[in-house]
Design a protein around this ligand. Structure first.
Ligand code: MGD
Ligand code: MGD
Ligand code: SF4
Ligand code: MO
Length: 876
């Protein structure tokens, strides 16, 4: 907190994606706040997406962890911190520094990250600190390091607007970096000659704005870029002068590409004419940005995929110029900060390296840490394998939910359950991982915490608290500092985040005179008030003066030369077979954030895609109907999903979102299926490719339950809890006698004063009941033999309505629809609650959609879907 309650807007940064949008948050004095985009922030210039604009709806304290707990019981901070110190002391005594670990997150602030890394490497003497960035950015980090000698993103967002061709590889930018996508679309509208190309096995919302979509076979990106590299060389587009001055390795990279290029069509499954169009478009446009994300990184060939992209830019010298360059976008708000502070098992701190003795010595001296580890530690999946093997005596998990987000999820949960000592710092009581913890520590959440984050374009922005700390919640850095102090270490006595930031900035100057691009030593003397007022600042900020915004701007700021890397082709580790014939792609939905601990409680964000869904191409559906339940299995585990069919899903693949946790859908955890195999260079797991099979899930009954409060978990083999205005909707399916299941569900929502309407037809397996209390709908249970239950949207809306039910509505409750009311239709626009039917009713006229329904006039995240609906209505 910067101060107590003030009713003026705080200038802060969105805590979701790596675009890093500036937010103006104005406290309402009742614990909430109104949220607006910051017009002065360079990343978003006032825009926000659906998740950002709903931030005000995530501030409730209802599910917050507000007090420390030991063994599930409330404890004082002193007792909890003593217990953590003791647990780590014991872990060190039993297993040495290799037997203790921290698992942290790109959602920590830079100051938290710095303190935690210093605690692990400086105090515990272990390099076993890894971040969920291992699941996210590790391949990009490794590729940058191989190509540039350092983890540096050369470009800026502006380059995406200045480019003539923008290529998005393995990125669903429209849903995952929506404000950046809107910037690209606005630039395209202003300059229609601009070309957008999407490389993704699925036809995503992002493709709505694209001229070209390459639906390549999952995992085959290296072959596509090998074809491009040889094409560029053969067309004489290699920039010989630039290569001679700034790069090396072109010959070897070309040789490797030539070995693959002739099979590019076979390996990618793409039409050779499409590959030729792609190569021609790229070749013809000196101003090309190739942006990539998880479809590239989350692969056993992730580092090679990224280097194959970078190679094309290096060969042509299309880097460091306005509108040109390879561009890895970050996922989390502070993925970049974690890389800067070095809070990964493979780095020291401030881009200093384990393998440069002078850098190691400089940091050991600066931290007064003679035990500073000399070699990298365990990477995320290795760390949890070591936990499972009982080689980790104490583990501290901070701001991440590995029970949900790590691959081979059932094994991870088993390891967490058997952990000798597990500490979890969390903001919510409802995290799957926190359920396993011996000690739970309540952290400050976004609205309360103070520090800095760095976005995808290297801009450091302030997060500023605007609500008071609730309960006994404390900053993450403070917890670490207190435990370090208990372990007898000085050097953690910071008065606040400004002091930590100064120390972090000073570390980035330690490598001098050896040149590191990441240098913010110019901020090491930042006074408290200057830190408080810090405007968005792009690094580097060296102590000795300003530098250009773009790296490699002719002549470049990096020491040494850039390197083209040979990238031989490797198929994904797990292959499909007769037993497991489908490749499972996993990823994100428009309105959800990760494991849903924050967005899952916001009805407006739940409406777009309320249940864990598996999408197949209709030709792969084996006669299954959309809306049916399906069991998906891999060799590792099983999950149950609602089926969706989409012509845009590549044949032979399936897609399921990564979001559902046991908290909301115990059977919908996709990572029960996914393999932990990693990239050999980056150790990033192959989260986008598991071989699975899909079959109908035969349930004896299907049910929907509406209630004012959330029902307990584990009621049925399939369940999804969905927050709606005024209460909760539960979708369930299970085995056993339908009549018994109905009676059990009724008992769960029954309460004194309820009047019941009931309809039972046991022969048909149909059971329905609605409860009325004080003239209003208080709950309902709809149960039947298949997924074709009455619609629930109208009933859910009645739960929230203030007034008494009208007689016609009362009569219609068990039908689930008001006579003559609109048929149910999926929500498209979350800001204005507009359904697909309402948009279609505008007759394919885009202007009418905005004017009459207001769809697409809010945050704009739904624009690609509106475009898709209109395209389907347009005359062929
Ligand atoms: N709405 C929302 N936005 C988010 C997040 C969120 O949870 N929700 N999380 C943030 C985070 S941490 C991250 S890392 C980013 C991720 O942002 P993205 O990487 O854009 O998101 P994903 O949906 O994980 O994956 C992108 C695409 O990769 C494709 N893909 C799968 N395999 C391959 C392949 O072999 N090659 C290619 N070319 N493509 C492939 C998938 O079909 C998918 O459409 O999003 C950030 N933004
Ligand atoms: N199959 C599959 N798996 C994936 C992915 C995929 O595409 N497919 N994507 C991967 C990627 S890219 C990512 S980034 C990960 C994300 O996965 P996670 O990091 O596990 O997901 P989150 O839900 O963001 O977890 C953050 C946790 O921190 C808590 N929290 C929020 N703010 C704070 C705070 O200030 N302090 C503390 N102490 N806690 C806080 C939240 O309540 C939440 O429980 O998932 C990875 N897993
Ligand atoms: S694009 Fe959306 S989620 Fe990402 S930072 Fe901006 S408002 Fe937040
Ligand atoms: Mo991520």
């Amino acid at each position: 907190m910067d101060g107590s309650f003030v009713a003026r807007p705080a200038r802060t940064t969105c805590p979701y994606c790596g675009v890093g949008c500036g937010v103006l948050a104005t406290p309402d004095g009742r614990g909430g706040a109104t949220i607006a985009g910051d017009p002065d922030h360079p990343a978003n210039q006032g825009r926000l997406c659906s998740k950002g604009s709903a931030l005000g709806e995530t501030l409730s304290l209802e599910d917050r962890l507000l007090h420390p707990e030991i063994g599930g019981k409330r404890a004082s901070w002193d007792a909890a911190l003593d217990a953590v110190a003791e647990g780590f002391r014991r872990g060190l005594a039993q297993h040495g520094p290799e037997g203790v670990a921290l698992y942290v997150s790109g959602q920590l602030l830079t100051e938290d990250y710095y303190a935690t890394n210093k605690f692990a490497k400086g105090v515990l003497g272990t390099a076993n600190i890894d971040s969920n960035s291992r699941l996210c950015m590790a391949s990009a980090v490794a590729a940058h390091t191989r190509a540039f000698g350092e983890d540096v993103v050369p470009g800026t967002y502006e380059d995406l607007e200045l480019a003539d061709t923008v290529v998005l590889v393995g990125s669903n930018l429209a849903w995952c970096h929506p404000v950046l996508f809107q910037r690209v679309m606005a630039a395209k509208a202003a300059r229609p000659s601009m070309t957008l190309i999407v490389v993704d096995p699925r036809r995503t919302a992002t493709c709505e704005g694209a001229e070209l979509h390459l639906p390549l076979r999952p995992g085959s990106d290296v072959a596509l870029f090998a074809a491009l590299l040889t094409h560029l060389q053969d067309r004489g587009l290699a920039d010989r002068a630039w290569l001679a001055a700034h790069a090396e390795g072109a010959e070897a990279a070309l040789e490797a590409a030539r070995a693959i290029a002739p099979q590019a069509a076979a390996l990618t499954g793409l039409d050779p004419a499409l590959i030729a169009r792609f190569c021609a478009a790229w070749a013809a446009s000196p101003r090309t940005v190739t942006l990539w994300s998880m479809g590239v990184n989350q692969s056993s060939a992730g580092t090679d995929k990224a280097n194959a992209i970078i190679n094309c830019h290096l060969l042509t010298g299309r880097i460091g110029r306005p509108g040109a360059g390879p561009f890895s976008v970050t996922g989390q708000p502070n993925a970049m900060g974690g890389r800067e502070t070095g809070a990964l098992a493979t780095m020291l701190a401030g881009h200093l390296r384990f393998d440069v003795p002078a850098e190691h010595a400089a940091l050991a001296a600066f931290w007064n840490a003679p035990g500073l580890p000399r070699a990298p530690g365990l990477k995320a999946t290795q760390l949890f394998a070591a936990l499972e093997a009982q080689r980790i005596g104490a583990l501290w998990v901070m701001a991440t939910n590995p029970a949900v987000s790590l691959p081979d999820g059932d094994a991870v949960r088993g390891a967490l359950a058997r952990a000798p000592f597990l500490v979890v710092s969390e903001v919510t009581r409802r995290s799957d991982t926190a359920a396993y913890a011996h000690v739970r520590l309540p952290a400050l959440a976004w609205a309360e915490k103070t520090g800095t984050v760095t976005n995808s374009e290297r801009v450091i922005s302030r997060q500023r608290g605007f609500l008071p700390a609730p309960g006994e919640a404390r900053p993450d850095w403070w917890m670490v500092a207190e435990v370090a102090r208990r372990l007898g270490h000085e050097g953690f006595g910071w008065a606040g985040p400004a002091a930590i930031f100064r120390e972090h900035a000073a570390v980035t100057g330690l490598a001098r005179p050896s040149a590191r691009a990441f240098d913010i030593s110019g901020l090491a003397g930042l006074a408290d008030d200057a830190y408080a007022a810090l405007a968005p600042t792009r690094w580097p900020v060296p102590a000795d003066g300003p530098v250009a915004a773009r790296f490699f701007a002719h002549g470049g700021v990096l020491a040494g030369r850039a390197r083209l890397v040979p990238t031989p082709f490797r198929a994904p580790v797990e292959d499909v077979s007769a037993a497991f014939p489908l490749r499972l792609l996993t990823g994100r939905l428009r309105d959800q954030w990760h494991t849903m601990t924050r967005t899952g409680a916001v009805p407006r964000l739940m409406a777009h895609s309320p249940e864990p869904t598996l999408t197949l191409h209709p030709a792969d559906a084996q006669g299954l109907a959309p809306g049916a339940l399906v069991a998906a299995e891999s060799v590792r585990g099983r999950a149950i999903f609602r089926l969706a069919l989409d012509e845009g899903q590549a044949r032979g693949t399936a897609f399921a979102p990564m979001h559902w946790a046991a908290e909301l859908a115990p059977s919908g955890r996709v990572n029960a299926l996914v393999a932990p195999h990693g990239d050999p260079v980056s150790f990033q797991p192959e989260l986008k490719n598991a071989a699975i099979r899909v079959s109908a899930y035969g349930a004896a009954w299907h049910a929907a339950v509406l209630s004012a409060t959330r029902l307990p978990r584990d009621l049925a083999p399939y369940e999804a809890a969905i927050a709606v205005e005024g209460g909760w909707r539960h979708e369930l399916a299970g085995q056993g006698a339908p009549a018994e299941a109905f009676a059990r569900l009724l008992r769960l929502i029954d309460a004194p004063g309820m009047a019941w309407q009931r309809m039972e037809d046991p022969a048909a397996g149909l059971f329905r009941a609605a409860a009325i209390r004080c003239g209003r709908l208080a709950g309902a249970v709809l149960l039947g033999p298949d997924a074709a239950l009455p619609p629930r949207a109208w009933l859910a809306a009645l739960l929230a309505s203030e007034g008494p039910l009208e007689p016609a509505d009362r009569a219609a409750l068990l039908a689930g629809a008001r006579p003559g009311g609109p048929p149910p239709s999926p929500l498209v626009c979350a800001c204005h609650g507009v359904t697909a039917a309402a948009i279609q009713a505008c007759g394919g006229d885009g202007a009418r959609v905005g004017a009459e329904t207001r769809a697409g006039t809010g945050c704009g995240s739904c624009k690609p879907e509106i475009a898709a609906l209109l395209a389907r209505l347009a005359p062929a």
